[in-house]
Design a protein around this ligand. Structure first.
Ligand SMILES: [Zn+2]
Ligand SMILES: [Zn+2]
Ligand SMILES: [Zn+2]
Length: 100
C-alpha cells in the first residue's frame, strides 16, 4: 500500500498522478511526463518506482521524475537537460506538503 500524498490514489494500481504542475520559485511549471518511448529499457512499461503508465505523470517523490525547471542548478552541474526532481533541490519535500 502506497498512497500518493498529492492525488490520493493507490500507486500500486499503476495509475498516473493527477497533479500537473509544481510551483518553483514562484513560477508554476508543468511537470514532465514519463516518456512513452526511449532507448532506455527501464522506460518500457510502467515506471518501476511509482507505477505510472507510459505518458503518465509520476507521483511526487518518484526517483524517475525529471525536473521541469529550466534554471535547475543540478542540470547545469551535470551538463545535462535531465535531473532528478527528488534530488536537484528545486522542490523541497517539506515545501511540497504546503503546495497541495
Ligand atoms: Zn499522485
Ligand atoms: Zn515514476
Ligand atoms: Zn531542478
Amino acid at each position: 500500500m502506497a498512497i500518493c500524498a498529492d492525488c490520493g490514489q493507490e500507486m500500486t494500481k499503476l495509475v498516473s498522478c493527477t497533479r500537473g504542475s509544481y510551483e518553483i520559485r514562484g513560477k508554476v511549471l508543468n511537470r514532465l511526463r514519463y516518456p512513452t518511448t526511449g532507448n532506455d529499457p527501464e522506460l518500457n512499461g510502467h515506471c518501476h518506482d511509482c507505477g505510472t503508465p507510459p505518458g503518465g505523470l509520476h507521483h511526487p517523490g518518484c526517483d524517475m521524475e525529471e525536473c521541469p525547471n529550466d534554471g535547475c542548478a543540478a542540470r547545469e552541474a551535470v551538463g545535462s537537460d535531465r535531473a532528478q526532481v527528488i534530488t536537484c533541490g528545486c522542490i523541497g519535500f517539506g515545501d511540497m506538503n504546503g503546495l497541495l
